[in-house]
Design a protein around this ligand. Structure first.
Ligand SMILES: [Zn+2]
Length: 240
């Protein structure tokens, strides 16, 4: 079995602690990155009080870093970021991991291509989630980033793999790196934690714009051919 098989048996703690000691420098570098990226969630008004969290996979290992539970954004320091295995068990840190750790861990087990996961209750996107309605791909910025609608995933309660399964199953059928979990909020994925944060910022931005557009009248999806060509141009040719 590979280390990313979601059904694989649990690894012995001694193996995981050995991975942690072998990759210590990378873990500490990622701790600083993940801590700094949490500042983007407050900067873009995606979170309230202690809600929301960012995680990162430690490349080439069965380890992930994530925000601790219930620590305020103002007080979050890089040493507070905890290290868990891909079953969400705490390996290194002084705090309890985020209550959303199981969902993040499931995504890393099921999707070897994912290096970062973000969760927020950002208000406009979460309003679409509360209605259980996908954000229709009606503007070029959405075609660029999301390659189509931002889909809705199933309602699921915290406490087991239900949220993680819902995220993975929904994103399997879409180009979008963001999913609106019904009646809950946003989960985004990326090759890195920074890419997942960007998807969370853009998700809220387009959810707000399309919501505002709706107030003035009906909103139409862009033609699929145009969505496809915008998406491919942005993903392959845009930027430096
Ligand atoms: Zn939540």
């Amino acid at each position: 079995m590979t280390s990313t098989d979601p059904t694989r048996t649990e690894q012995p703690r001694t193996d995981l602690l050995q991975q942690l000691s072998l990759h210590r420098a990378e873990v500490e570098r990622l701790r600083r990155t993940v801590c700094e990226l949490h500042g983007e969630l407050t900067r873009w008004n995606l979170v309230t009080w202690t809600s929301g969290n960012i995680s990162a996979r430690v490349p080439g290992t069965d380890l992930m870093l994530i925000k601790p539970s219930g620590v305020s954004y103002d007080e979050l320091r890089s040493e507070d970021i905890v290290v868990c295995d891909l079953r969400g068990r705490l390996l290194d840190g002084h705090h309890k991991p985020s209550s959303d750790t199981d969902a993040h861990a499931y995504v890393y087990r099921a999707r070897p291509d994912v290096g970062g996961v973000v969760h927020t209750h950002s208000p406009y996107a979460t309003a679409w989630a509360a209605r259980g309605e996908a954000v229709p791909c009606a503007i070029t910025a959405m075609a660029d980033e999301f390659g189509g609608d931002i889909p809705v995933g199933p309602f699921a309660l915290i406490g087991d793999d239900s949220i993680g399964k819902g995220i993975v199953a929904t994103l399997e059928d879409h180009r979008s790196p963001a999913v609106l979990m019904r009646g809950h909020g946003v989960f985004t994925i990326g090759a890195t934690a920074k890419a997942a944060v960007k998807a969370a910022v853009m998700c809220e931005d387009v959810a707000r714009t399309v919501h505002i557009a709706r107030q003035g009248g009906p909103v139409e999806r862009l033609p699929q051919d145009d969505v496809d060509s915008l998406y491919h141009r942005y993903q392959n040719a845009y930027g430096q």
